[in-house]
Design a binder for this molecule. Structure first.
Ligand code: GBH
Length: 487
């Protein structure tokens, strides 16, 4: 029974932290005001409009740049403990490099952070949520190892400016998506399709940048600021189609080469990329005629340097998939997809949101949490995103059901399986610019009217349900909201 999880009598521990998440490019707007530099999403939406399904962009988005007070009030109304947002690198360092800092960027984030703290809301900052300064793209972007140290310089400035008040830091949001979708499938900026090559180079730089940033914080900031640094990794669960050894291997390899690509070097005892990933890519590269593996190799010092560099792991989880089949792609072209074993897809009968990839499978949430617990010795996990897309109805019953069911699965993972999950951020505070899907897919607890120049926000039914969960620390599937109908 798919509603089983909702009937859970378990409660969230009193120190469990609830929040909501956003990202700079998706909400801020003000893309070229007061000294902000151009980033790769400004560039992509302005120059390759055809790639965005509704031809839109984030020039104004939710106009959050001009609505600090209003947004903080929404957060306060939700009773959240934490607000996870990202810094726009180009707003702080217009050219990407640390040689020039934009005073207006400093002012803007100081005002936001101070307003949050005044309301008793903890700021949690993501340093990089996909909006690379365009000048850094023009020298190659993440596949260029040079960018790692430039990122560390940027992080240094952010810790220095805001670390007295901000104690929770995330280096990267979803390295897999940055690299595989940005440089291989081309579904995210810079929309390159260097299949089987660019993504791995990108991932290599990101892991080094992450680890160097972690060590910088330990050395120069931790003693005085005493915060935490982690990384957010997207993790879909992969279920084997049958119990056959073949299907189990296909599903297992999916999780290892997707989530594990970034988790294994940081969280495992041995460090480095997962063994299966190194083996698969080396063997495929050889049969494809490459002189050496397409997966870059770390030195032993680098492996040691990267190991253990997360005080917590951020998990973005939305959905699951089903995998089957063996490695029969011997002649296949180089690609991350072909480097895995078999194929994965979502059964057509699974209920879905407005996003084609987002199918409702709360049991998969519990399974990926258990996999992380078993694989990496039960690390501290914060759910940094989880949410559901529709087309924007205020009576968002499907979203309410999604949250109830996924939070029910989370409660079981905490209480029955002993998974060390300490916080949960819903995606998202409000409807926003959903990358190449523009404004056609809505994830917000608050509705935003993008046809109105003032971008008014309106509470959806789910915002009251989420607030009730935060207040009571329990899921109540019969909770109803005054002015709304019943679901
Ligand atoms: C998260 O990515 C992001 O962190 C967040 O910014 C985003 O708004 C949120 O999810 C909702 O999407 O249909 O081929 O275009 C989650 C991972 C990345 C998976 C984008 C789907 C697009 C696939 N998602 N990807 S496609």
């Amino acid at each position: 029974d798919r509603f089983e999880a909702c009937e859970s009598e378990y409660t969230f521990p009193s120190n469990f932290e609830f929040g909501v998440a956003t990202a700079a490019y998706q909400i801020e707007g003000a893309w070229d005001v007061a000294g902000k530099g151009e980033n790769i999403w400004d560039f992509l939406t302005h120059n390759r409009r055809e790639l965005i399904v509704d031809g839109s962009n984030g020039d104004i988005a939710c106009d959050s740049y001009h609505k600090t007070e209003e947004d903080v009030q929404l957060l306060s109304d939700l009773h959240v403990d934490v607000y996870r947002f990202s810094l726009s690198w180009s707003r702080l360092l217009p050219g990407g490099h640390a040689n020039f800092t934009n005073p207006d960027g400093i002012r803007y984030y100081n005002e936001l952070i101070n307003a949050l703290i005044l309301k008793g809301i903890k700021p949690m900052i993501t340093l990089f949520h996909w909006d690379l300064p365009q000048p850094l793209q023009e020298i190659g972007g993440w596949p260029n190892p040079y960018i790692a140290d430039i990122f560390v310089d940027y992080a240094d400035i952010a810790f220095n400016l805001f670390g007295d008040r901000v104690k929770d830091w995330i280096t990267f949001n979803e390295p897999y998506q940055i690299c595989a979708e940005g440089y291989s499938t081309g579904r995210l900026a810079p929309a390159y399709t260097q299949e089987g090559i660019g993504g791995y180079l990108c991932g290599h730089t990101l892991l080094l940048a992450h680890a160097k940033t972690y060590h910088l914080y330990q050395k120069d900031y931790k003693p005085t600021q005493n915060g935490k640094v982690g990384i957010t990794i997207h993790g879909a669960w992969a279920e084997p189609a049958t119990d056959s050894a073949e299907d189990r291997l296909s599903a297992d390899t999916y999780v290892r080469m997707y989530f594990g690509w970034f988790a294994h070097p940081i969280l495992s005892q041995t460090g480095d990329y997962p063994q299966i990933m190194k083996d698969m890519i080396r063997d495929k590269s050889a049969t494809q005629g490459f002189s050496k593996t397409r997966l870059p190799e770390f030195t032993n010092e680098e492996i040691e340097m990267i190991k253990g560099t997360a005080d917590f792991v951020g998990l973005n989880h939305y959905t699951s998939t089903v995998c089957s089949g063996s490695d029969d792609l011997i002649d296949a072209k180089p690609s991350h997809q072909n480097d895995r074993i078999g194929t994965c897809s979502q059964p057509p009968e699974w209920e879905g949101g407005a996003s084609s990839w987002l199918k409702v499978a709360p049991w998969g949430f519990r399974k990926i949490l258990n996999w992380i617990k078993d694989e990496y010795d039960n690390p501290e996990v914060i759910i940094t995103e989880n949410g559901y897309s529709d087309t924007g109805d205020l009576e968002d019953c499907a979203r309410i059901r999604y949250f109830n069911e996924y939070l029910g699965a989370l409660l079981e993972a905490i209480h029955e399986d002993n998974c060390n999950v300490v916080g949960y951020m819903a995606w998202s505070l409000m409807d926003n610019f959903e990358w190449i899907h523009g404004y056609t897919e809505r994830f917000g607890l608050y509705h935003v009217d993008f046809s109105n120049p003032d971008r008014p926000r309106t509470a959806k039914m789910s915002s009251y349900v989420y607030r009730n969960i935060i207040d009571t620390r329990k899921i109540d599937t019969s909770f109803t909201v005054g002015d709304f109908g019943t679901c």
